[in-house]
Design a protein around this ligand. Structure first.
Ligand code: SF4
Length: 507
């Protein structure tokens, strides 16, 4: 039961909430809404780790659904006990996505804190950030935060908490952290970003803490199967050189199913960048099904599927089979080292149909360098053949070059050119295939935040305050380009200056 009259009503339906209080109080924020926050296993893991530490408690705060409506009434408060952000000893964020950066600044302001680090006093709570975005470009976060924990935070968390417990003044705390591995302190390091941390296998599998009917994966308890990936796709920040595959034995995952939130959860979500590459995945699916659970999987590779695998997915409640082709043709997939062939997708369609699934979804990106008309011709033929076997939905995103990947310096294709390609795909496939796509305009904003420096973060915040429409971002970034010539690729230049390429195998 909620422990306080200020407890947010959304927690009434949540299982696994931690309400305890302690002498040192932290808040762990997610710069998106509760639905999205609940889909982050990393967010749940840090929440649990902080609450497990003696003398410390951690509450959560998320972006309210009505944050940008007239109905919004501040201040922003924690979910568990309704405390304003400014009342906590430490404010932490987990951030996954570039476009959430302005939300982070908004949450600080709405919680009664100055959004810019330079405007906060030495007495104000330190603002500390981690999460998946730290695998890529963190420079735009610099103006807003005091510390960034780079990469996988399990081991760094112990160092961080030891330093916090020592009770030193904030300037000394920041100085001390700046000498530790994996901590970026923007006020001390400037644009010299430290290497990303890679956690030991002992922390795997990470376990979820709560389930909720209001989370994106409804009533699903999340459980990690593996960390990192054994593959080398050139666009991906989780590729093997940066994040090698670490995977537990089957019994460690299966035994978790009989403990904690998994016992009562109606559904279990197996999480990892490369779940279908984990050799024990079928055993884990079978174990969950034997316990009467529905199942979910965060990633499926078409060339890893067979009758047994797809049959288990169907038994576990799957009615749509989603796989990523990531590029329009086999030629392009070879270039980006995706290594999948049309036959793998056709086989997936046959397997899905054979077990009685309702549809197949194919995900891909457009806008790679050197795309040719024949690549799209191959895509059309593939989609038409698949759709003759099973209803098909194609979801398309613009390719956004990410830092610390071999394609980091690739251009972002002009928005107008991407729109032409998307319209052509829709026109050609509209009778047979449902085509959905992400906006190239917002992908361009993501690109600028993926590649820019601290000034880009400031420009994004300015655009957000001016209404947050695409036109506001365009104006803010264009103004930046005329002021500071090198800002568009500031992160790539900083990475080269400080020799950050070695880590990702990108050089
Ligand atoms: S795209 Fe998927 S398969 Fe490729 S490196 Fe990334 S996680 Fe691995």
């Amino acid at each position: 039961m909620p422990a306080h009259s200020r407890t947010h009503p959304i927690l009434r339906a949540e299982q696994g909430t931690i309400y305890h209080r302690a002498s040192s109080e932290m808040v762990l924020c997610y710069p998106n809404n509760y639905r999205v926050a609940g889909a982050s296993l990393g967010y749940q893991v840090v929440y649990n780790a902080l609450n497990s530490r003696q003398g410390l408690s951690c509450q959560r705060a998320v972006l309210p659904d009505d944050a940008f409506e007239l109905t919004w009434r501040g201040p922003l408060r924690s979910l568990e006990h309704g405390m304003p952000l400014g009342g906590f000893d430490v404010v932490l964020f987990s951030i996954a996505y570039e476009l959430d950066l302005p939300h982070l600044a908004w949450m600080l302001e709405a919680g009664g804190m100055a959004p810019l680090a330079m405007d906060r006093s030495d007495k104000a709570a330190p603002v500390i950030v981690g999460g998946p975005l730290t695998q890529s470009n963190v420079l735009p976060l610099g103006p807003f935060v005091d510390v960034v924990v780079m990469g996988e935070a399990e081991e760094a968390l112990e160092v961080l908490l030891d330093r916090l417990e020592s009770g030193m003044p904030k300037p000394d705390f920041l100085k001390a952290l700046s000498t530790e591995k994996g901590f970026w302190v923007p006020s001390i390091h400037g644009d010299a970003i430290p290497d990303v941390l890679v956690a030991r296998g002992a922390h795997i599998p990470a376990r979820g803490v709560w389930t909720s009917p209001d989370a994106e994966f409804r009533d699903m308890a999340l459980l990690e199967t593996s960390r990192g990936c054994p593959r080398y796709c050139k666009f991906c920040v989780v590729r093997a050189p940066a994040s090698p595959m670490r995977s537990p034995e089957l019994d460690r995952v299966v035994s978790a199913l009989d403990e904690g939130i998994y016992r009562d959860a109606p559904r279990v979500g197996f999480v990892g960048a490369a779940v279908s590459d984990w050799p024990h995945i079928k055993g884990a699916l079978q174990a969950a099904i034997d316990r009467g659970k529905g199942i979910g999987i965060s990633s499926l590779r078409a060339d890893r599927l067979d009758e047994t695998f797809v049959g288990l997915l169907h038994q576990g409640g799957y009615r749509t089979l989603t796989v990523a082709s990531d590029a329009a043709s086999e030629r392009l997939r070879r270039q980006i080292m995706k290594g999948l062939r049309p036959k793998h997708f056709l086989r997936t369609a046959e397997l899905a149909r054979a077990v009685g699934m309702k549809q197949m979804k194919l995900y891909l990106m457009i806008g790679y360098p050197d795309e040719r008309p024949e690549d799209y011709q191959e895509l059309y033929e593939l989609c038409e053949t698949i759709s003759s076997r099973i209803p098909l939905v194609v979801t398309i995103s613009p390719f956004v070059p990410k830092l610390h990947t071999p394609l980091a310096e690739a251009p972002f294709e002009q928005i107008a050119s991407q729109m032409r390609k998307l319209k052509a795909i829709q026109k050609r496939l509209r009778r047979r295939v449902e085509v959905r796509f992400d906006s190239p305009r917002w992908a361009w904003i993501e690109y600028r935040l993926s590649q820019g420096g601290m000034a880009t973060g400031m420009a994004a915040w300015e655009a957000f305050r001016r209404g947050g429409q695409f036109s506001a971002y365009k104006r803010a970034f264009r103004a930046l380009d005329s002021d500071q010539e090198s800002e568009e690729r500031a992160a790539v230049q900083a990475a080269m200056k400080h020799n950050l390429w070695a880590l990702s195998g990108a050089r």
